[in-house]
Ligand binder design. Structure first.
Ligand code: BGC
Length: 443
């Protein structure tokens, strides 16, 4: 291992002891969140329980949680399966502007996807921190993932969507057939789909542009009175908003500190070490760091290179770099030319791949920390089996990521206890789960 590799490894690899301390703090924050005390893990109630598995119907799911907005038509059959009869997506051209710049194009798009016959019940997945007032209303607490539309924070996002739908319904009569049945976070809908398929599922996890978890918490574990739940009255699905967990400051490196100061999104310290929106930037900052020490990457951050631009490197670049197994890293060289680095030596390509791997592995071990802490909070002895339903491009697409999460769980829980926590990727879970939540809400 070269000196630079050793330096990066020491900086970016938290020890097992540090992770164990984070597990403890994370549990304390869940407890405080549930008790309604100040906590960096908010634990927002969703007003629904897990589905029974018998839910049926036909629903429109709107997934709004990043630049890629999706509309899916889903028909759960009540027997462990759901048909996706249509799925369309479009990319938002901006992540800032005012509320209408966000909701008007979304309403237009839904109008293009649904037919003007019958009636349509909508499950609205809005993947940002929302304080629910009922299963079909809730106020946005703050934007995350560098979104910055004005006039939305503090507002009921269902009302904003409905206003846009009404204002567009003359141009697009199909919109007149639409009514919002439920609002949910993507982690909650992922959990719901997981539980529809397997009743052992009690956690939902998203590792994509953002990171967050949901948990099905039994009422015995909650100190304060909660509003009634639709479905099973003995439990509530909570959107944890654990991407905001601030205990990770314990293991912040200079790269994390710099990233936090650059970001336009408040808090979200755990998310900034885990999710796809930020990992590329951490890799870029590692390059900047080594270049400024005179260790490697000389000239890489000059103007015209993606390494000289904030957020110029993305999680997709990381996946491509880690994917390249060729001895001379020819693919990495080709990618680097596209990113504005005309010439580089093999050792630099290796060091870059090494930085990508260390940053992705740290992300995966922190995901394992969150899962371990949540599972231990709900079942301290891990006497039962728990299934974690996961959706998200980073979890699915980053080479070696899932293995590293499992290794992290074994490291924290031990061999036999970690076998009782099953982490499973479910494609499109967040969208399909929206239909399940809408069905639970429809009673
Ligand atoms: C949001 C969560 C969301 C997560 C994954 C985070 O930035 O705060 O509400 O679940 O991203 O999409």
């Amino acid at each position: 291992m070269t000196e630079s590799e050793k330096h990066l490894q020491a900086m970016l690899t938290p020890s097992r002891e540090q992770l164990v301390r984070l597990v403890e703090r994370f549990q304390g924050e869940i407890q405080r969140g549930l008790a309604g005390e100040v906590s960096s893990i908010a634990m927002h109630p969703s007003f629904v329980s897990r589905p029974s598995g018998g839910e049926t119907g036909r629903f429109v799911a709107l997934d709004l949680g990043g630049s890629n907005v999706r509309v899916t038509i889903v028909e759960p059959d009540g027997r462990g399966s759901a048909a996706v009869t249509r799925q369309e997506s479009f990319r938002l051209t901006a992540t800032s502007g005012d509320a209408r710049d966000l909701f008007d194009p979304v309403a237009d798009f839904i109008g293009d996807v649904i037919e003007a016959d019958g009636s349509h019940k909508l499950g609205f997945i809005f993947s940002f921190p929302v304080q629910h007032e009922s299963v079909r209303s809730g106020r946005l607490e703050k934007w995350t993932k560098e979104f910055a539309f004005t006039g939305v924070e503090g507002m009921d996002v269902v009302r904003l969507l409905e206003e846009a739908i009404t204002s567009k319904s003359n141009e697009s009569p199909a919109l007149k057939t639409l009514s919002v049945s439920a609002l949910a976070n993507d982690t909650v809908s992922t959990l719901a789909w997981g539980a529809y398929l397997d009743p052992r599922c009690d956690m939902g996890l998203i590792v994509a542009t953002g990171m967050n978890m949901a948990a099905a918490v039994s009422r015995d574990l909650i100190a304060k009175p909660l509003p009634p739940t639709i479905g099973n009255p003995d439990e509530m699905l909570f959107n944890m908003e654990c991407g905001n967990f601030d205990g990770v400051e314990l293991i912040h490196t200079p790269l994390d500190t710099r990233l936090v100061s650059e970001s336009g999104t408040r808090g979200q310290l755990l998310e900034k070490m885990i999710s796809g929106r930020y990992l590329g930037e951490l890799v870029r900052l590692a390059v900047v760091h080594l270049e400024s020490r005179g260790d490697a990457f000389s000239g890489w951050t000059a103007s015209g290179s993606a390494f000289g631009l904030e957020f110029g490197i993305t999680a997709e670049h990381i996946s491509d770099i880690v994917h390249d197994e060729s001895p001379e890293l020819v693919g990495v060289g080709m990618l680097l030319r596209r990113l504005g680095i005309a010439a580089c030596i093999t050792d630099e390509r290796r060091l870059l791949k090494n930085a990508c791997q260390l940053i992705a592995n740290r992300s995966a071990r922190l995901v394992a920390m969150g899962i371990a802490a949540t599972a231990l909070f709900m079942d301290p002895e891990l006497g039962s089996e728990h299934v974690v339903a996961v959706d998200g491009s980073l979890f699915r697409g980053c080479p070696g990521y899932q293995t590293e999460v499992r290794t992290g769980l074994r490291e924290l829980l031990g061999e036999s206890r970690s076998d009782r926590v099953l982490v499973t990727y479910l494609r499109d879970a967040s969208g399909v789960g929206a239909a399940i939540i809408a069905a639970v809400a429809a009673g």
